[in-house]
Design a protein around this ligand. Sequence first.
Ligand SMILES: [Fe+2]
Length: 259
Amino acid sequence: MKQEVYNSIEAWFNSYVAGFENEIEEIKLNINLKRNHSFRVVNLIAELSEEANLNESDVILAQIAALLHDVGRFEQLAKYGTFSDTEDINHIKLGIATITENNILSELTEEESKLVIECINYHNELVLPKSIDADLLPFVQILRDADKIDILHIVSDYYSNNKQGNNKRLEMELLDKTDISKKLYQSICDEKHVDFKDVLTLNDLKLSQMSLIFDLKYKKSFKIVSEKTYLKQIFETLPKKDLVIDMYRQMKIYLENQL
Ligand SMILES: [Fe+2]
């Protein structure tokens, strides 16, 4: 895989995103947020590549998948005004359809295109199927780690520096109630990433995002999350209830044990 191939896909991506000019301030902000997220995920791939055992050519291929992994978010946001995935409005389906319709992967071999599509398909799955192809696995894992690290970056920054309600789409339009879902507590005690269907309030959302650490694979990923103090930053915006303090403590210990 040559750098020029990545460069031409990046040029398409930039012009595609520029086509989503929007007058609504919050939509404009979220389009930029997703654009910048995509590029940061591309950069994180390079940081994690050594541990994932990817060679130079593999890294470029993984970066193509990273650049395109959320390409469906732009249409989802501009057309439907949401970041919530449903059966019909799903950013993965929308993204793969966009890639296919625009023939974005025409410079890749059939095998490489398939790999990029599979990475996009699996990047957001709660649990990966055990049958996943061994050659595909490092590409999927590196994308999942890079994506989660940057989600933690975005949300910790947002919760720390914004008034609640500033970006309703980023808050998944959830209500700011103090109750914590019991299923969510159980998932965290079991060291499992919380299923979005168990997220009922904004506090649940924050805790579920903290629980992304249970899905990380690479030592370097834990190191980045720990050094950037993402968990602490989110915890500081949560109500200091015993249950919340207990969950934070469990996640902190888990993170420290992976370093
Ligand atoms: Fe993403």
